[in-house]
Design a protein around this ligand. Structure first.
Ligand code: GDP
Ligand code: IMO
Ligand code: MG
Length: 422
C-alpha cells in the first residue's frame, strides 16, 4: 500500500474508525482530511472503547504518526481533551501527532452561531452543534483563524478583536444571544499554543516527503458520501467534502498518489439528523436495527434513524469515489431477521430512475427485494465459509448489485471481529 483512502459511503457512522484501526496495521501515517469534532469515531481495542472526534483513529497503534490535515476544522479544546485522555490511558501522543498549520480553528463563536442558527431556523438540519458550518463559512469568507496563526500571538490579538466585533453583532442583534468574551477566546488559543506549538507544521509537504520515502499513508474520511456538501442531500448535509475530492483537497496529495479507495459500508443504513432517507423503517424493524446495532450517535447520543440497504446510494457512492473495494460492516446486526429488505431501485412518480438524486431524494420511492435471513449469532465467525449460507448469499448479492468487490466483512465492534475475504 502507498496511499489508501477510507471513505464512508452512506450517511456516516458506517464503522470507519473500526476499519481505520484495522488498516493501520499496514500503515505508517494516518491522516484525517475533513470535518471536525462532528465526527464520532469508535475503536474497540482489547475490549476497551475509545471515541475519537479529531485525533485519527490509528492512534492506538504504537509508532504511527497521526496527522490532522489542512481540510479539517479543528476545535482546540476537543483536541486537548483527546490528547489528555489518551495520555491517561498510557498512549503517548505528543511526539506522533502533527497538525496542519492551514487547518481552521473552531472557536466559541462558531459553536454559539451553529446553535443559534439551528434554533432560529424553520428548516432545521439537525447539526451536531460543533461549529462546523460557521467555521467552514469563515474559511470561504477568508476571515478564519488557522492553526498556524496561533504562533503569532500579537497579530492574533488584533485579528480576534476584529472578528469578534462581527460575530458578537450577529449573535446579539440577529439571534439575541450573549456575546463571546475575548478573554475566553484568547485563553483557548493560549492553551492550544502551549500544548500544540511543536505539532503545527506544513503537513502537505510532510506527506509528500513521506510518500517519496515509501511511507504508507492511510487517509481517514469523516461523515459519508450522502452528507457531502456537493453530492449529498443538500441542504441536509455537512459543510465539507467527505468524498474523494475532499481527501485530496484536505491533504494536498494528488490523484496519482492514491492507490486504493475503500468504501466503508454498513449492511443496512442509518442517518442522524434531518433530511430524506428513502429506505428508513419507522416501524418495529427499524427499532430492532437501532437496538441490535447500538445505533445512538457517538458524538451527540441522538438515536440514529435506521433502515434497509440502498443499492442506488451505494452504486453512486462507488462511482463518484472510485471505490476499489468495500468493507461491509455490522453484518452481525442482521442476525434474527426472518426477511431482509434491499432497495434495488427508485421510482419518482411511478417512473423508474437509476441514480441517486441528491437534493430530490425526498421524492423517490424505493423498490424492494426481500432476501431470506438467518438466526445464528455470527460475531465469532472468522472465515467467510463459517457464515450461515443466507448471510453469505446476502453479502454476495450486495456485492453483485454494486459491482465492487467486498474485501472485508465485519461482524462486531472489536478488532478481531473481522473477516478478510480471500
Ligand atoms: P464511524 O463514525 O464510521 O467511525 O462509526 P461510529 O463509531 O460512529 O459507529 C459505528 C458503531 O458500530 C460503533 O459503536 C462501533 O464500535 C460499532 N461497530 C463497528 N463495526 C461493527 C460491526 O461490524 N458490528 C457491530 N455490531 N458493531 C460495529
Ligand atoms: P462520522 O464521521 C453521522 C450529520 C449531522 C447533521 C449533518 C450536519 O462519525 O460518520 P454538522 O454538525 O456536520 O454541521 O451536521 O451531518 N453528521 C453526521 N452524521 N456521522 C457523522 O460523522 C456526522 N457528522 C455530521 O447529524 O445531520
Ligand atoms: Mg460516527
Amino acid at each position: 500500500m502507498g496511499c489508501l483512502v477510507v471513505i464512508g459511503t452512506q450517511w456516516g457512522d458506517e464503522g470507519k474508525a473500526k476499519m481505520i484501526d484495522f488498516y493501520t496495521r499496514d500503515a505508517d501515517i494516518i491522516v484525517r482530511y475533513q470535518g471536525g469534532a462532528n465526527a464520532g469515531h469508535t475503536v474497540v481495542a482489547n475490549g476497551k472503547k475509545f471515541i475519537f472526534h479529531l485525533v485519527p483513529s490509528g492512534i492506538l497503534h504504537e509508532g504511527r504518526i497521526c496527522v490532522v490535515g489542512n481540510g479539517v476544522v479543528l476545535d482546540p479544546l476537543q483536541l486537548i481533551d483527546e490528547i489528555n485522555l489518551l495520555g491517561k490511558e498510557g498512549y503517548s501522543v505528543l511526539d506522533r501527532l502533527l497538525i496542519s498549520d492551514a487547518a481552521h480553528l473552531i472557536l466559541p463563536y462558531h459553536k454559539a452561531l451553529d446553535g443559534a442558527m439551528e434554533e432560529s431556523s424553520a428548516k432545521k438540519i439537525g447539526t451536531t452543534q460543533r461549529g462546523i458550518g460557521p467555521c467552514y463559512a469563515d474559511k470561504c469568507l477568508r476571515t478564519g483563524i488557522r492553526a498556524g496563526d496561533v504562533l503569532d500571538r500579537n497579530g492574533l490579538d488584533e485579528r480576534i478583536s476584529r472578528v469578534l466585533e462581527m460575530k458578537n453583532m450577529q449573535l446579539e442583534k440577529l439571534y439575541g444571544k450573549k456575546p463571546v468574551d475575548k478573554n475566553e477566546v484568547m485563553d483557548i488559543l493560549d492553551s492550544f499554543r502551549a500544548k500544540a506549538e511543536k505539532m503545527i507544521v506544513n503537513t502537505q509537504s510532510y506527506l509528500h516527503r513521506a510518500l517519496k520515502n515509501k511511507k504508507r499513508i492511510l487517509l481517514e474520511g469523516a461523515q459519508g458520501y450522502a452528507l457531502d456538501i456537493d453530492h449529498g442531500t443538500y441542504p441536509f448535509v455537512t459543510s465539507s467534502n467527505p468524498t474523494i475530492g475532499g481527501a485530496l483537497m484536505g491533504t494536498g496529495l494528488n490523484s496519482f498518489d492514491i492507490d486504493k479507495v475503500v468504501g466503508i459500508t454498513k449492511a443496512y443504513v442509518t442517518r442522524v439528523g434531518e433530511g430524506p432517507f428513502p429506505t428508513e423503517d419507522v416501524g418495529d424493524d427499524g427499532e430492532r436495527l437501532r437496538v441490535n446495532g447500538g445505533e445512538f450517535g457517538s458524538t451527540t447520543g441522538r438515536p440514529r434513524r435506521c433502515g434497509w440497504f440502498d443499492v442506488e446510494l451505494l452504486k453512486q457512492s462507488a462511482m463518484m469515489n472510485g471505490l476499489t473495494g468495500i468493507a461491509f460492516t455490522k453484518l452481525d446486526v442482521l442476525s434474527g431477521f426472518k426477511k431482509i429488505k434491499v432497495a434495488v431501485s427508485y421510482e419518482i412518480k411511478g417512473k423508474k430512475i437509476d441514480y441517486f438524486p441528491g437534493a430530490y431524494l425526498h421524492e423517490v420511492k424505493p423498490v424492494y427485494e426481500e432476501l431470506d435471513g438467518w438466526d445464528e449469532n455470527i460475531s465469532d465467525c472468522r472465515e467467510f465459509r463459517d457464515l450461515p449460507s443466507n448471510a453469505r448469499d446476502y453479502v454476495s448479492y450486495i456485492e453483485k448489485q454494486i459491482g465492487v468487490p467486498i474485501e472485508i466483512v465485519s461482524t462486531g465492534a472489536g478488532r478481531e471481529k473481522t473477516i478478510v475475504m480471500k
